[in-house]
Each structure stands twice: as structure tokens, then as C-alpha cells.
Design a protein around this ligand. Structure first.
Ligand SMILES: O=c1ccn([C@@H]2O[C@H](COP(=O)(O)O)[C@@H](O)[C@H]2O)c(=O)[nH]1
Length: 235
């Protein structure tokens, strides 16, 4: 599975920008360096969701990262709407009712459902504070096993868990990893991070990168450097 994805297509740039104009300008700047974009809360809630159709029409892939979590019926209807948008990936939180509803609603569409295991900004202390008895590694594993059993296409996890999950779940499940930080860059609010090269070596299929690219003085050069690191890591 991993060998068939072009190195450039493994970089997903998070368009965490305030409005449609800023997002379109960033896509123009990145040009053909980037083929896969993520639309998350900031852009979607500022009217940016229609950009998904425009990106798809321009030959790009789109990951709609709205991390759905609601009663099953609402999740299912939301997934149906997102399938109509032409997105490649959509996220749901890795709760059993939520995952089951999302997989049922996906039906025969090409939309792939990714389950968010434990946010990459969390560590064991954050989970404990939120009332969980399991630490990150155990909760990620539990949710990942459940996700696979429900027929989820892939997992959002930290690259720190990628190696373990790849061993545990086999080659077919997609591992999509935020928490990517090129050497020397700031971790920001991320707690479970790795460099692009190490994440690929650990078994990640796709790397999600926001601030290290969109916040760089030269976003295109920053993205190209990550693509080169991915390419080298794949050997
Ligand atoms: O566990 C998760 C799930 C999603 N994200 C999203 O990825 C990007 C990361 O952005 P950076 O600027 O590279 O930190 C962002 O859109 C998050 O919402 C995540 O970081 N962790």
C-alpha cells in the first residue's frame, strides 16, 4: 500500500488560514509543489468549504478535517454531505457509534473515513485530566483496533504511534500523521512530534503539515524540502 503513493502526494498541507482569499493565495504560492490540502475548522467556519470543489476541479485532493462527533444519525448525514463535496478524506473521532455511523454512510462512495485516535497535542497527563484511565499508547491502540473492526479506512495518529500501529494492524490501514516538525522547527502546541523522515520510516502513509509550511517565509521552499525529505526516507 505505502509503496504505491507518490512521495509528493504524501504531504498534506493544512490550510489553517483565516479566509478563502488567504487560502487561495497560499494554494497559488505552493503551486505544483503540493497536491493534497486539508481544510479544517478555521477555514471551513470562515466559508472555506467550497474551496474543496475548486481544488478538486484543479486536480488536487482534499482532506476535510472536521472531526465529526455527534449522535450516529447526525454523523451519517454529515458524511453523506461531505461525500458530495468530492473530498478524499474526512475525519471522525474514534468513538464506536460515530465510526459505525460514518462507515455506513460512506456507502459505495470514494470517500475515505479517518478516525482520530488521540489528538497529537495530548500527552498522558492531558488524558488523565480529561478523565481517561488509559495513557496515550493504550488508548490509541484500543481505538485503532476498534476502528479497524468497524471498517474505517485510516487513522489519524501521532508518528510516535505509527510504527506500533503498522505492526499491529498490517499494511492496508492508512496512517495519517499530524505532529510533523522538520528538524529545528518549533513544536508549537503539538506534544507528540517527529520529523518527516522519521514519520515515513515509522510507517506513516501521509504527513499533515500546517504551520511549518504556511507560516514559513517561503512556503513553497518549505514544502519542497519536506517532499525531498519524504522522498529520501522512502529510499
Ligand atoms: O491529532 C491531530 C489531528 C489533527 N491535527 C490537525 O493537523 C494540523 C497540524 O497543524 P500544524 O500547524 O502542523 O501543527 C492542524 O490543522 C490540526 O488541526 C493535529 O494537529 N493533530
Amino acid at each position: 500500500m505505502t509503496a504505491t503513493i507518490n512521495p509528493r502526494d504524501r504531504l498534506i498541507v493544512a490550510l489553517d488560514l483565516p479566509d478563502l482569499r488567504a487560502a487561495e493565495a497560499m494554494v497559488d504560492r505552493l503551486d505544483d509543489t503540493v497536491s493534497f490540502y486539508k481544510i479544517g475548522y478555521q477555514l471551513a467556519y470562515a466559508g472555506g468549504l467550497p474551496l474543496a470543489r475548486a481544488l478538486k476541479a484543479a486536480g488536487k485532493k482534499v482532506f476535510v478535517d472536521l472531526k465529526l462527533h455527534d449522535i450516529g444519525n447526525t454523523v451519517g448525514r454529515g458524511v453523506e454531505s461531505l461525500a458530495e463535496l468530492g473530498a478524499t478524506f474526512v475525519t471522525v473521532h474514534a468513538y464506536p457509534q460515530t465510526m459505525k455511523a460514518a462507515v455506513e454512510a460512506r456507502g459505495q462512495s470514494k470517500l475515505k473515513i479517518l478516525a482520530v485516535t488521540v489528538l497529537t497535542s495530548y500527552d498522558d497527563a492531558d488524558l488523565q485530566e480529561a478523565g481517561y484511565q488509559l495513557g496515550v499508547r493504550d488508548l490509541v491502540e484500543r481505538r485503532a483496533r476498534q476502528a479497524q473492526a468497524f471498517g474505517i479506512n485510516g487513522l489519524v495518529c501521532s508518528p510516535e504511534e505509527a510504527g506500533h500501529l503498522r505492526q499491529l494492524l498490517g499494511p492496508d490501514i492508512l496512517l495519517v500523521t499530524p505532529g510533523i516538525r522538520p528538524a529545528g522547527s518549533s513544536a508549537d502546541d503539538q506534544k507528540r512530534i517527529m520529523t518527516p523522515a522519521r514519520a515515513i520510516a515509522a510507517g506513516a502513509n501521509y504527513l499533515v503539515v500546517g504551520r511549518p509550511v504556511i507560516g514559513a517565509d517561503d512556503p513553497k521552499a518549505a514544502a519542497e524540502a519536506i517532499v525531498e525529505e519524504i522522498t529520501a526516507a522512502l529510499g
